[in-house]
Design a binder for this molecule. Structure first.
Ligand code: FAD
Length: 527
């Protein structure tokens, strides 16, 4: 249902009318002026019909709803260049523009109120997009060039055809490359390989001036580091070059349960320290989560345990209120399948999980990486994937994680008794993150990611927001210097606090690469 069948002038009139009636002071052109847009090549790629507007007004969070004036369906990188250049060259206060990948943000980050949302997914269908191209070079080894619009699941399948794969992932793969690189892209591999933003060789970026720039650590490095973790503020990523390694065929996947938090974190920290330093024969993935005494396991991560073991796990959870689940993975392939069990045993030696509470599965590499998908499809079929998601994701410094457990998990979460969906808690090594990127993490060498991945009823998300606020207040009072991941703030002061020592650089980069402050207004940083 693309716009090509509709006369271009009709769309332009709709688009212009909406901008004129809703854009207030930042209206892009006056009514007496014949819209220049009519003459432009890309006009027929704009849609302002209700279906298009609706599709770009919200996101996975389903809490924030902000209408754009129009949605742009590019069929090439040049189309996006033309749109941004048009806005930049013709208006002192241009309409805003937001790239929308999969729209899997949770607080309207990919919206553009009264502006134009660029539907990056339309590039996936186009032959003119970057696509996914695997290459081997003498200097860089194997890498893949992927369009910013591509989904990680497609990157996985395309690279596996060459027996290769990227090393750093997210838990869920139906996210766009541009979307995760604008945040960080973290999962259980991050302790060892760093987040996805630590695993990029080069990018093509269209800046807020409409310039298409190739950047890397060596070339246009200021733009390169600005864009990585840059919340879409400095440009639209149209290509990323990502290193590849030989892909394993299968994985040993182990979960171990702990009733004592300090034992759990001591083991997690030991694992990421030892394995984070090793080049080979190391664990490939370390995560963790909570099992909370709040009814039956109710989320898309709970299908791991054999049903025959559920009664004994439930009884352990009932007894303690919260149980901590350590999750690790070791990859293997044909030539290591004889030795992997022994290696795994060695790597897990000395861990102090509760006796008898270790569970193991052996699955293919793809089944493991794509593990969230089956839960997603199940929730879709029950109409439960589209509900509001009042998520809160934090980075908690190691020094505060014990207080966080007692003050947040034990006091707030257990007492409120409303938590639904996974609660993740796992540590990462700061030295795997590049200080020069825009991403913000705690100052300590080891910090935890804690994710409250709530889903709520359509009217019930405020209760989760209250809980989120309460726990943020707790951290504030307890002096735990958390940083939000997928930050959501409304005032300039909060943003300045969030970025801390990086705020000056962040503002200077904005002035340089998007001086008219057009890009990603839904983040609410400069608007
Ligand atoms: P969108 O929501 O479309 O956009 C996010 C921001 O990036 C917006 O500001 C947008 O304008 C900007 N943007 C989008 N595309 C581009 C581009 N090409 N160039 C520049 N800016 C762009 N994250 C993790 O790190 N690890 C996880 O394990 C993880 N699991 C998730 C599981 C689920 C079920 C969901 C819903 C989200 C998960 N996320 C995870 C969060 C996810 O990484 C972010 O929400 C990410 O932004 C989603 O990508 P997207 O393509 O949907 O981005």
């Amino acid at each position: 249902s693309q716009a090509v069948a509709v006369p271009a002038y009709f769309l332009v009139i709709l688009f212009v009318t909406r901008l004129l009636t809703t854009a207030g002071r930042s209206k892009p052109w006056s009514s007496s002026q014949p819209p220049k847009l009519q003459t432009l090549d890309f006009a027929d790629k704009l849609r302002a019909d209700p279906e298009a507007i609706e599709s770009a007004s919200s996101d996975y969070g389903n809490i924030v709803h902000r209408k754009p004036a129009a949605v742009f369906y590019p069929s090439s990188t040049d189309d996006i260049v033309s749109l941004i250049k048009f806005a930049y060259d013709n208006y002192s206060t241009p309409f805003s523009i937001a790239a929308r990948g999969r729209g899997h943000s949770v607080r309207g980050q990919a919206t553009a109120p009264n502006g134009v949302v660029v539907d990056m997914m339309s590039l996936r269908k186009s032959k003119n997009g970057t696509g996914i191209r695997v290459t081997k070079s003498p200097s860089l080894g194997s890498y893949v060039d992927v369009g910013g619009e591509q989904l990680w699941i497609d990157v996985l399948h395309a690279t596996l055809e060459h027996g290769l794969a990227p090393v750093s992932w997210t838990d869920y793969l139906y996210l766009s490359v541009g979307g995760t690189l604008s945040n960080a892209g973290i999962s259980g591999q991050s302790f060892r390989y760093g987040p996805q933003i630590s695993n990029v060789y080069e990018m093509d970026v269209i800046t807020g001036k409409g310039e298409l720039v190739t950047c890397s650590a060596k070339k246009n490095s200021e733009l390169f580091y600005a864009v990585l973790g840059g919340l879409g503020q400095f440009g639209i990523i149209t290509r990323a070059r990502i290193p590849l390694q030989p892909a394993p065929k299968r994985v040993k996947w182990v979960r171990m349960l702990y009733s004592d938090f300090s034992t759990f974190t001591t083991d997690q920290e030991r694992l990421i320290s030892v394995n984070g330093r090793r080049q080979s024969n190391a664990l490939d993935y370390v995560e963790g989560s909570l099992l909370i005494d709040q009814g039956p396991p109710n989320n898309w991560r709970s299908s791991f345990f054999p049903s025959s073991d559920i009664p004994k796990i439930t009884s352990l959870v009932n007894q303690h209120g919260i149980i901590y689940c350590l999750e690790v993975v070791k990859y293997y392939d044909d030539h290591t399948q004889q030795t992997v069990d022994k290696e795994l045993q060695e790597l897990l030696k000395g861990l102090s999980f509760n006796d008898g509470f270790t569970f193991q599965r052996d699955v293919s590499f793809v089944q493991f990486l794509d593990r969230v998908r089956s839960g997603e499809l199940k929730l879709h079929s029950q109409g439960l994937w589209e509900v509001p998601h009042p998520w809160l994701n934090l980075f908690v410094p190691k020094s505060g994680i014990s207080d966080f457990n007692s003050g947040v998990f034990r006091d707030i979460v257990l007492k409120r008794n409303i938590t639904t969906g996974p609660v993740l808690v796992y540590p990462m090594n700061r030295n795997k993150w590049d200080e020069r990127t825009s991403a913000v993490i705690p100052e300590e060498d080891v910090f935890y990611t804690v994710g409250f991945l709530h889903s709520s009823g359509f009217d019930g998300w405020q209760a989760f927001d209250d809980q989120n606020r309460e726990l943020l207040d707790f951290c504030d009072k307890a002096g735990i210097e958390i940083k939000q991941y997928f930050p959501h703030y409304k005032t300039r002061e909060d943003w300045s606090n969030h970025f801390g020592s990086k705020w000056r650089t962040f503002k200077a980069r904005k002035a340089r690469f998007d001086p008219k402050r057009m890009l990603s207004p839904g983040q609410m940083i400069f608007q």
